[in-house]
Design a protein around this ligand. Structure first.
Ligand code: UT7
Length: 333
């Protein structure tokens, strides 16, 4: 789905991120499950991931990332008008994690809600808030991708527990002033025929956790990795190409591609298919693993702070996740 992009331009005014302190390395995992640093590194590119502390919730990480983004922009919390948290690991099923974040920040005037679009959630939030700002409904938006995946991992399943990590990233969006960069094009899509490929089967109304099924670990991530891999490459390639074309760009115009951080082999395949050299593709999954909705948000903030792009440069953000969902954005910074 791709809306017309001819409305009032919207800029990404600032970014922030937060990673919890504790680091779990591949060597640490070798003592938990039957795996090796060699397998994890060669199959995924991941070397370490961060783990939230006990008592540190998704909303706490989201709040810290948001505070850093607001500080960068110089926007006071009480002036934030919209907060969208993208997460599949909310603090509670209800209320939304965004409500806790609103309270933590003191952003009392903001409308706050969550969206669930897995790893594509941050870019879904970007598209939604861009439209709401363009339409004049809100002056600004704080969009956050935040996950505490460590609470939804089966730590005895080597096929999933080595892949994921915790963290949060945030961005502030507002109307672009004359001469400022802006979001040129967005694309989002869903294939509900593939819900079985990647999901958390238990803990919702379809399969509540009961005394009878408590030992089956149904409220943990289950994935058919090989199938997901194939969809990830084609969907991200197509979504990125859609926004590149809609923005009137070619591969040569792109300063940096910031892809979802799930697997280095997927990232390399996308770079290859987009004909963008590897030094123009941002990678940080060796440090953080796959942080789902937080991944693109954290990567955008890191790339921004490392000055991997500057005013006038074109960047492509592209994500893929459970649903299946995918999304991309072309941005002139
Ligand atoms: O964020 C949402 C999107 N998610 C993704 O995009 C993830 C997409 N999928 C992937 O990244 C990859 O499919 C995985 C990293 C999950 C798996 O890599 P793979 O190359 O597809 O491996 P595989 O699942 O085919 O497993 C190969 C072998 C199996 O052994 P056998 O059956 O060949 O004897 C697995 O049991 O590797 C074994 N294996 C492991 N060995 C050591 C699986 N996990 C591990 C492990 N350590 N942690």
């Amino acid at each position: 789905m791709s809306g017309t992009e001819s409305q009032m331009p919207v800029t990404i005014a600032g970014t922030g991120s937060y990673l919890p302190e504790k680091i779990l390395t591949n060597a640490d995992l070798e003592s938990l499950v039957d795996t090796t640093d060699e397998w994890i590194t060669s199959r995924t590119g991941i070397k370490a991931r961060h783990m939230a502390a006990p008592g540190e919730h998704t909303s706490h990480m989201a709040t810290k990332a948001a505070e850093r983004a607001l500080q960068q922009v110089g926007l006071a919390a009480e002036d934030v008008e919209l907060i969208i948290v993208a997460t599949i690991t909310p603090d509670t099923l209800t209320p939304a994690t965004a409500c806790y974040v609103q309270q933590n920040l003191g952003a009392h005037r903001a409308v706050a809600f969550d969206i669930s679009a897995a790893c594509s959630g941050f870019l879904y939030a970007m598209k939604i808030s861009k439209r709401l700002i363009s339409d004049g409904a809100f002056k600004n938006a704080l969009i956050i991708g935040a996950e505490k995946l460590s609470s939804f991992i089966n730590w005895e399943d080597r096929t999933t527990c080595v892949l994921f990590g915790d963290g949060a990233g945030a961005a502030v969006l507002r109307k672009a002033e004359e001469g400022e960069g802006h979001i040129l094009a967005t694309d989002i899509g869903t294939d509900g025929a593939q819900t079985h490929l990647l999901n958390i089967p238990g803990g919702g109304s379809a399969c509540p956790i009961t005394i009878q099924n408590a030992d089956q670990r149904l409220a943990t991530l289950a994935m058919l990795g090989k199938e997901v891999f194939k969809h990830a490459v084609t969907r991200m390639r197509d979504s990125a190409n859609t926004v590149i074309a809609r923005a009137g760009l070619t591969a040569a115009d792109i300063k940096l591609v910031i892809p979802h951080q799930a697997n280095l082999r997927i990232i390399d395949a996308i770079a290859d298919r987009l004909a963008v050299p590897n030094d123009r593709v941002f990678v940080n999954l060796h440090k953080y693993g796959n942080t789902s909705a937080a991944a693109i948000a954290i990567a955008l903030d890191e790339a921004h702070r490392e000055k991997r792009f500057e005013h006038g440069d074109h960047i492509i953000l592209v994500a893929f996740g459970a649903g299946l969902t995918w999304a991309a954005a072309a941005v002139r910074w």
